[in-house]
Design a protein around this ligand. Sequence first.
Ligand SMILES: Cc1ncc(COP(=O)(O)OP(=O)(O)O)c(N)n1
Ligand SMILES: Cc1nc(C(=O)O)sc1CCOP(=O)(O)O
Ligand SMILES: [Mg+2]
Length: 209
Amino acid sequence: MKLRGLYAITDSQLLAGGKLLPYVEAALEGGARLLQYRDKSDDDARRLREAEALRDLCLRHGAQLIINDDLELATRLGVGLHLGQQDGSLSAARALLGPRVVIGATCHGQLELAEQAAADGASYLAFGRFFDSSTKPGAPPASPELLEEARARFAQPLVAIGGVTLDNAPELIARGAAMVAVINALFAADSAAEVERRARAFSQLFEDS
Ligand SMILES: Cc1ncc(COP(=O)(O)OP(=O)(O)O)c(N)n1
Ligand SMILES: Cc1nc(C(=O)O)sc1CCOP(=O)(O)O
Ligand SMILES: [Mg+2]
């Protein structure tokens, strides 16, 4: 599948209280192409249940589910995986999951990390945090200009993450982001209808560019 467009990421706090499935469905209806299940808890049974439900939703919408951090869960469900610098070996994950599965890598603001991730078989290269993020305020910063350098250097699609909003996403896309990964500006909403409206607006940015 073409890796371009809105990349929605779940958040356990924002989607608590029964919002996970309706809000994710709204994001997919609004055009999200990738969905990352990001849950830092150790409740394995709930994580499996939720990830299975998200996989089914993604299948119905022609989107791709990506599991954050957890190679075992991604392997079990036969879906994609996102790995940060502390999350285990990317090349080992690639060897286990095979050449077709989407595996993304966190590269912060460093082209050297992206070089390594590309050599290890990453499907996309994620840079950030580009702006202040209430979800992950301590994530290392990156400058939007970096995307232009990365675009010139790598064949892999680039993901921009960290404080991305409808206002600042156009600059990131213009500089080379093939996807914008969004939590707060998508899911901190009062209703599923509002999530769908926002997802449509993010998706439209890629039609315009
Ligand atoms: C698309 C995308 N990019 C970056 C990250 C951050 O990954 P990581 O550095 O491993 O941090 P956690 O998300 O695990 O807290 C991501 N999850 N997704
Ligand atoms: C999970 C994550 N990783 C980041 C990084 O820079 O690696 S920033 C981030 C949080 C993204 O959420 P929001 O859209 O609410 O800022
Ligand atoms: Mg991680």
